[in-house]
Each structure stands twice: as structure tokens, then as C-alpha cells.
Design a protein around this ligand. Structure first.
Ligand code: ADP
Ligand code: MG
Length: 609
């Protein structure tokens, strides 16, 4: 008997055939998920009627014929009656699964949400790749029927021979889509999209590998080994995950999420930029393996799955990415994930340390770039500090809580490692006053501090910046120091001897304790930035930075320099240049250490015993 599609079906068919999905391969996913739904319905019906399902009764069989260019799929699910064929495959706004669930709801009021169908256009996607589609189907105790359509406005239904309950769909592929009759191609597609279908899938005699969708199970039903095993499969990883977060939400969107933190950060090992490995599923069926706009950039280290049955009908991957839903999903999961990290930091600091060592750089990136979450992320930052031994880290909250009332700023020191920072002259003034200083070892730390600007209204300030006023600076012991008039003269001499290019200003300050001189950053370019500029353009000459040179009038070296200036000015000049280079070296700003060695030899040769 011949039927006409409802007008809107024809429209949808045209859309589906022509444009909706760019990935033609998803028709396999749609047909498998329908077969799975139909099988699920049998299981459910039998469960509620005490009939047992035989082992192997519910499977999904794929068969290919590459000569005839045929893709076919068979299930042993509920099948369809003639009315259902007309209704389910002939009208669009109707989801058979939905009607089924409603019917069951009325009968016993207790229905698994799993039964609700996939996408409204699901079945029609087969017309993207087919000239002609035949559906052979038989419901429990019903007639065997053949539905047939060539993608135009008509379809026919007639009786046929079919012994077993269930549905077989035969797709006659368009010549340009012959690839879907190739076993390798189909194996690949099933692995990609349908790895979590509950029923065994056969391709000919070969059983394809499928897995359990553990993210939909209760936490208590999953062992650590299962979590780890799933991670390896999902993230294509070989390592064990460092940690994972598994949760379910109902509002504002329904979702199940299982998010993993890997144990290694490939970016840190010098591989290129990582791509976020959190895939989007709708009821176990893959929608998008790496959805754009799900998370902010810094979350790209995360792996796992988000499954939401709220994903709307007939959506393509492209329009999915623009939809507000994906942002909503991402937001819910991200909020929970950040909270999870905060809890880890509180309850399992050892694990958090491990995490931060590998992935702290992403938390830093987020603190600087992710305006929406930065407040929470800043709390997760950790740094070594002058008050704690090597390897121990503190948070900004720790730091601020220890600040004396008079301290207005958060002080940090940049350097490749602890030794470098501790051997530079800047720290001593802070240590002497018991002021804590954070140690920034990472090139991006000062940038991040610059982006954060203030934490709890305290500004970040580098200890080598020129204009720090230490709150409780003890009055320098003047008795031992160079006389004021000598000092003024010495400063003028230093400035003119070294020249404006090298020194912007000569200062005497109370902050130096033991060191004779210190170079303070005058142009705001940190040594890290200089190193970066140099790396970017190695051939361009990089002049020594103009620094603020701070001298310590109490230091015997400075006092000797003053004496030497009066007796042997040319030697005093050499010594001054040497002191200047020493200061640059400590500040990590010395460009040419060779000159320093030669000069030192000259000085030694001229020193009279
Ligand atoms: P959805 O799966 O979202 O309901 P589809 O377009 O994929 O939408 O399928 C439409 C309807 O056709 C299904 O709801 C179901 O009732 C019916 N159907 C499709 N495939 C099968 C099948 N293999 N067995 C039984 N019914 C099917
Ligand atoms: Mg479907």
C-alpha cells in the first residue's frame, strides 16, 4: 500500500539529505541507537511481565555487501506494527519511544528514563547516504511488514516474510557513499560512536567491542579499576588518572559527568597544545568528541564524558556548538570541578600538590584569563615562599592571613629557582623584617600576578621594583655609614661614571643589609621577559637595562670604593663596573659575563698588596 509522507516529513527529509549533518557517518550511530532502543523496550517489557530474556536474544547485527553497496542492520527488538510504521517513520513530531514511555507510565507509573528516544530526525539520516531504504519489521505476535522508500514523498508498506521479532533496515547506498559498505569503515564508526551500546553488536560473525557506560552507573557500583580502565579507553591514555570527579545533576540541566585529571601533562613534556578530551554524549551515544565552547581554554587538560538527555532534537554538531545548552552544561560541570579541586586541596594536600605540579600552569592561565572563574581559581594558586622550606607551597589566602597589619602589598621574587632568589640581594631586607615573599619560578608567574593585579585588595609587587617602601623599616645605623656629604658625592660620581644608559638613578636606601649594591628594575621588564624577547629575536642586540642602582652606605665595600675613588680613580672605576655587573648578575640581567671575567683579572693585577 502506498502512503504519502506528512508535508513536514518531506521537508525534514530534504533538510537532512541536503544539509543537516556534515558527518554522513552519523547515520550508523542513529540506526544503532534505534536498534538499541527497540531492544531496550523488549527488555523492559519482559522485566515488567516476568518473562525471561534468553541469552543472546537481544543483539544488533550489521551486514555489508560491498558489491551491491548495501548496509544493513538488524535487531530483535520490539519491531513495529503497520500503524506504528506509518506513525513512527511517516510523521516527524512524533517520537515512538516517547509514546511508548507514556504508555508504560500509565500502566505502572515507573519507567526508566533510558527508554526515551534519541533525535527526532534520527532515522531519516539514513537518507543522506541512501537511494533507497527498506525496513523489514515484525512486532511480537504481529505481521511481518516491509516499509520501503526512495527518499521522495512516498513510501509503501506491504506484507513480507520475516520469522523473528524485530527490525531489519536495508540501506542501498548512493554510489558516492560506497565507503559505508566497507567493514573497516563501519568498525571504526561503531568504535567511535556506539562503543557504549548495551547490546552486543556483530559485524557479520565478528563481535565488535562495546563497553559499559560507567558514567551512568552509581558511584558505588564502580571499582577504582573500572574507573581507570575507562579512562584509558576514553582518553586513549596509557597512564593512570591522577583523579576523577563523577557526579549527576538535575538542574538547571540533566547531566551525568565523569571528568578525569590525567597523571601527566603532555604540554609540560613539550608536546603541542593539548585538546580538551571531554566528549559529549546523549544517552550513551556520542554527539561530539571534542565540543567547542564547552569549557574555557585552561580546562583543556581534562578528559572524560558529559552525558545529557537534554540535548535537543535534530541537532548538528555545528549548531550544537552555538547553542546555549552546551555552555550551560559546561558551566555546571566546571563549577563542580573547581569545587572538587578546592576540596582536594583541603582534604588531600599531597594529591593536590601533585596536581598543581603538573597542571598548576592551567590554573595560572585560568586565573589570568577566565574572568568568570578567576576568583575561585586564584584560591587554588600555590607558590613556594620565603617562610617555608624548599618544596612546600602556600596559597594566597595563607599569605594574606599572615600579613602584618602594616603590610599593604603581596611581595614576590622571580628567579629560576630558590637558590637564585636567595642569593640575590633583594630578599635580605624582607627576611630581616620577617616579611614573607612568594617565590615565582615560572616565567608566566609575573604575568599572572600582573593580570590578577590585586588579591583581597593587596597589590602584587616584585621585590626588585624600585619604589617599595617597607613598612617597618628600621632606621639605618648611621654611625657606621658613609658621611652624607661623601655619599652625595659618591652617588653623583657613580651616575656619571656608569652613564645614563646603564643607570637611571642611584639610590641609597635602608633596605640593604649585607650586600653592597642591588640593581632594581627601572623599566618594568622582568628578566623573564627579557629572556623571552631574546629568544624571539636572537640576533637583535639587547642593551643592558637601565636600572636603579641601590647602594648600601653601611657596606665596607662602598666605603672602600669611596676611599679608592679619592686615591686611584681609574681603579675605582673598574671596581664600580664590576660591582654594577655583580648587581646585574644577581638580578638575572647580565648579558655578557665574559667582560666581567676579563675586568676582574685586570683589577687583580692592579691591586697593590
Ligand atoms: P527517535 O529515535 O528519536 O524516536 P527516530 O527517527 O530515530 O527518532 O526513530 C523514529 C521512531 O521509529 C522511533 O521512535 C521508533 O518508534 C521507530 N523506530 C526506528 N527504528 C526502529 C527499530 N529498529 N525498531 C523499532 N522501532 C524503530
Ligand atoms: Mg533514534
Amino acid at each position: 500500500m502506498e502512503y504519502k509522507f506528512k508535508a513536514e516529513v518531506k521537508q525534514v527529509l530534504d533538510i537532512v539529505i541536503n544539509s543537516l549533518y556534515t558527518d554522513k557517518e552519523i547515520f550508523v550511530r542513529e540506526l544503532i541507537s534505534n536498534a538499541s532502543d527497540a531492544s531496550e523496550k523488549v527488555r523492559f517489557a519482559k522485566l515488567s511481565s516476568d518473562k525471561k530474556i534468553e541469552d543472546g536474544e537481544l543483539k544488533i547485527k550489521l551486514a555489508l555487501d560491498d558489491k551491491e553497496k548495501i548496509f544493513s542492520i538488524e535487531d530483535f527488538g520490539v519491531g513495529m506494527t503497520e500503524d506504528e510504521l506509518v506513525q513512527n517513520l511517516g510523521t516527524i513530531a512524533h517520537s515512538g519511544s516517547k509514546a511508548f514511555v507514556e504508555a508504560l507510565k500509565e500502566s505502572n507509573g515507573n519507567v526508566s528514563e533510558n527508554l526515551i528516544g534519541q533525535f527526532g530526525v534520527g532515522f531519516y539520516s539514513v537518507f543522506m547516504v541512501s537511494d533507497k531504504v527498506e525496513v523489514f519489521t515484525k512486532s511480537e505476535g504481529g505481521k511481518a511488514l516491509k516499509w520501503s522508500c526512495a527518499g521522495d514523498e512516498n513510501f509503501t508498506i506491504e506484507e513480507c516474510d520475516k520469522a523473528e521479532r524485530g527490525t531489519k533496515i536495508v540501506a542501498h547506498l548512493k554510489p558516492e557513499y560506497a565507503e559505508f559498505a566497507s567493514a573497516d569503515r563501519i568498525r571504526e564508526i561503531v568504535e567511535k560512536y556506539s562503543a557504549y551500546v548495551e547490546f552486543p553488536i556483530f559485524l557479520g560473525d565478528e563481535e565488535l567491542k562495546t563497553r559499559q557506560a560507567i558514567w551512568l552507573k552509581a558511584k558505588s557500583d564502580i571499582t577504582a579499576e573500572q574507573y581507570e580502565e575507562f579512562y584509558k579507553f576514553q582518553a586513549h591514555a596509557f597512564d593512570k588518572p591522577l583523579d576523577w570527579l563523577h557526579f549527576k545533576a538535575d538542574a538547571p540541566v540533566e547531566l551525568n559527568a565523569l571528568i578525569y585529571i590525567p597523571s601527566e601533562n603532555p604540554e609540560r613534556l613539550g608536546f603541542g597544545k593539548t585538546e580538551c578530551g571531554v566528549s559529549l554524549y546523549c544517552k550513551k551515544v556520542l554527539i561530539d568528541p571534542s565540543p567547542k565552547n564547552l569549557f574555557p581554554e585552561w580546562m583543556r587538560f581534562a578528559k572524560g564524558v558529559i552525558d545529557s538527555s537534554d540535548i535537543p532534537l535534530n541537532i548538528s554538531r555545528e549548531s550544537m556548538q552555538d547553542s546555549g545548552l552546551i555552555k550551560k552544561l559546561g558551566k555546571v560541570v566546571l563549577k563542580k570541578f573547581i569545587k572538587h579541586l578546592a576540596e582536594m586541596a583541603k582534604k588531600d594536600s599531597e594529591k593536590y600538590d601533585k596536581f598543581f605540579k603538573k597542571f598548576g600552569v592551567f590554573i595560572k592561565e585560568g586565573s589570568a584569563m577566565d574572568l568568570e572563574n578567576r576568583t575561585e581559581l586564584e584560591k587554588l594558586l600555590r607558590y613556594e615562599s620565603s617562610l617555608y622550606p624548599d618544596g612546600e607551597k602556600v596559597s594566597l589566602d595563607d599569605y594574606v592571613s599572615r600579613m602584618k597589619e602594616s603590610q599593604k602589598e603581596i611581595y614576590y621574587a622571580c628567579g629560576a629557582d630558590r637558590k637564585t632568589i636567595e642569593s640575590a640581594p633583594y630578599l635580605e631586607a624582607f627576611t630581616a623584617r620577617g616579611i614573607e615573599v612568594l617565590f615565582f619560578y615560572d616565567g608566566i608567574d609575573p604575568f599572572v600576578a600582573g593580570h590578577i593585579g590585586t588579591y583581597k585588595e593587596k597589590q602584587f609587587v616584585s621585590i626588585d621594583s624600585g619604589d617599595i617602601e617597607l613598612p617597618d623599616a628600621p632606621k639605618p645605623d648611621a654611625t657606621d655609614a658613609l658621611a652624607d656629604s661623601d655619599l652625595t658625592e659618591l652617588k653623583t660620581w657613580i651616575k656619571s661614571t656608569l652613564g645614563d644608559e646603564k643607570v637611571a638613578e642611584v639610590l641609597d636606601s635602608g633596605r640593604l643589609v649585607d650586600s653592597p649594591v642591588a640593581a632594581l628594575n627601572a623599566d618594568g621588564i622582568t628578566p623573564q621577559m627579557r629572556a623571552m624577547l631574546r629568544a624571539m629575536n636572537p640576533d637583535a642586540p639587547m642593551p643592558a637595562p637601565a636600572v636603579k642602582l641601590e647602594i648600601n652606605p653601611r657596606s665596607p665595600v662602598i666605603k672602600n670604593l669611596d676611599t679608592l675613588k679619592k686615591s686611584d680613580e681609574s681603579l675605582a672605576k673598574l671596581v664600580l663596573e664590576q660591582l654594577y655587573d655583580n648587581a646585574l648578575l644577581s638580578a638575572g640581567l647580565l648579558e655578557n659575563p665574559r667582560a666581567m671575567a676579563n675586568r676582574l683579572n685586570e683589577i687583580l693585577a692592579r691591586v697593590k698588596s
